[in-house]
Design a protein around this ligand. Structure first.
Ligand code: OSB
Ligand code: MG
Length: 371
């Protein structure tokens, strides 16, 4: 596919409710929509970097810099065969996975549109709908958290994840567990603890949780091993797994029993599939994480989560959990069995609401072959 032009829309979208994690509180979400033109077709990709470097070191600012000044010159006017060809071309750029993954997504969308295949088919997905849950941010009190969880359970979500941080952990998780004794429940600390906090976290082990996500630092794969030894509940790694190599380290070190796969964090869907395959070989369950995506990234997550070893529900909620207005014409809705349908159209299977896109655009930059 000859890359004729690339456009970046720096977006800011209001969330329906603030989202608070151990690293901060967001009331709007920034991201970057990537549009690539090739041979009369248009491919879309979402770069899931956010305004602040809280989840990882990338931001919409660093991603725009890498996208414009380093990735664009490597692919503009070039004939890119597929995702792996793209990965090869950008392999000289260290890190910056969120930036790379956004472009890879747009290439998959183009590839699918050219071949008349859905992303699910191209990735080898085996399901037409995927089990999903909801990720609830830190609330004002344990009481308001329980109310929020009750609201989502009422809407049909059969799995709930709550965010925790020091001082807002055991009491919050216990309150939700007490109200919903049989709910599939899990917690996510986003790296807020150290190994010395194992004692503080230990009561979580009695709450029958599906998993404890990323309690320790991103670069602490070994300490996660030490923590997992002390816990019955599976430890799940998110931030620590940046490459298929890291997944292998975690498996070999028994640092976790579950891995959260995010194509963005791993640098692209192709890398997400590799981590999926590695985990499948050793019977380690995986699930699809989320980054509060727009309809574009949500379509991508649904396709990825349709692969066979995504056996735990994903952080892929319905569009209305995030945005009153989205940039896609398609909105994703929750089915009564806590699933969401995987798009079946060519590529990502979504179209852009140009008016909504204009409404949320902070800045727009275009690069084409002859300029
Ligand atoms: O750690 O899983 C995370 C959102 C932004 C950054 C990191 C995380 C999250 C979520 C939200 O938990 C998941 C979703 O998109 O619903
Ligand atoms: Mg997480």
């Amino acid at each position: 596919m000859k890359i004729e032009s690339i456009t970046f829309h720096h977006l800011n979208m209001p969330l329906v409710s603030p989202f608070e994690t151990s690293f901060g509180r967001e009331t709007d979400r920034e991201c970057i929509l990537i549009t690539i033109h090739s041979d009369g077709l248009i491919g879309y990709g979402e770069c899931v970097a956010s305004r602040d470097p809280g989840y990882n070191y990338e931001t919409t600012g660093t991603a725009l810099h890498i996208l414009k000044d380093f990735i664009t010159p490597l692919i503009l006017g070039k004939d890119i065969k597929d995702a792996l060809d793209f990965q090869e071309r950008v392999s000289g750029i260290r890190g910056h996975h969120l930036a790379k993954a956004g472009v890879e997504m747009a290439l998959w969308d183009l590839l699918g549109k050219r071949e008349g295949k859905s992303l699910r088919e191209m990735l080898g997905g085996v399901r037409e709908k995927v089990e999903v849950g909801v990720s609830i941010g830190i609330q004002e009190s344990a009481h308001s958290l329980v109310r929020s969880a009750a609201d989502y359970v009422q809407q049909g979500y059969a799995r709930v994840k709550i965010k925790i941080k020091p001082g807002r952990d055991i009491k919050d998780a216990s309150a939700v567990r007490q109200e919903f004794p049989n709910l599939r429940l899990q917690v996510d600390a986003n790296s807020a603890y150290t190994l010395d906090d194992a004692k503080i976290l230990k009561p979580l082990d009695k709450l029958n949780l599906l998993l404890i996500e990323q309690p320790l630092f991103e670069d602490d794969i070994w300490d996660h091993h030490k923590l997992q030894e002390q816990f019955e509940t599976p430890i799940c790694l998110d931030e620590s797994i940046l490459t298929p190599r890291h997944a292998r380290y975690a498996i070999e070190m028994n640092a976790c029993r579950v891995i959260n796969i995010k194509a963005g964090r791993l640098g692209g869907l192709s890398q997400g599939v590799m981590v999926h395959d590695l985990c499948k070989e050793v019977s380690m369950p995986v699930w699809c994480g989320g980054m509060l995506e727009t309809g574009v990234g949500r379509a991508s997550n649904l396709a990825l989560a349709s692969l066979s070893n995504f056996v735990l529900p994903g952080d892929i909620s319905a569009s209305d959990r995030y945005y009153a207005r989205d940039i896609t014409n398609e909105r994703f809705v929750l089915n009564s069995d806590s699933t969401i349908d995987v798009p079946s159209g060519a590529g990502l299977g979504v179209t852009i609401d140009e008016e909504a896109l204009r409404e949320f655009t902070l800045a727009e930059m275009s690069f084409s072959e002859n300029s």
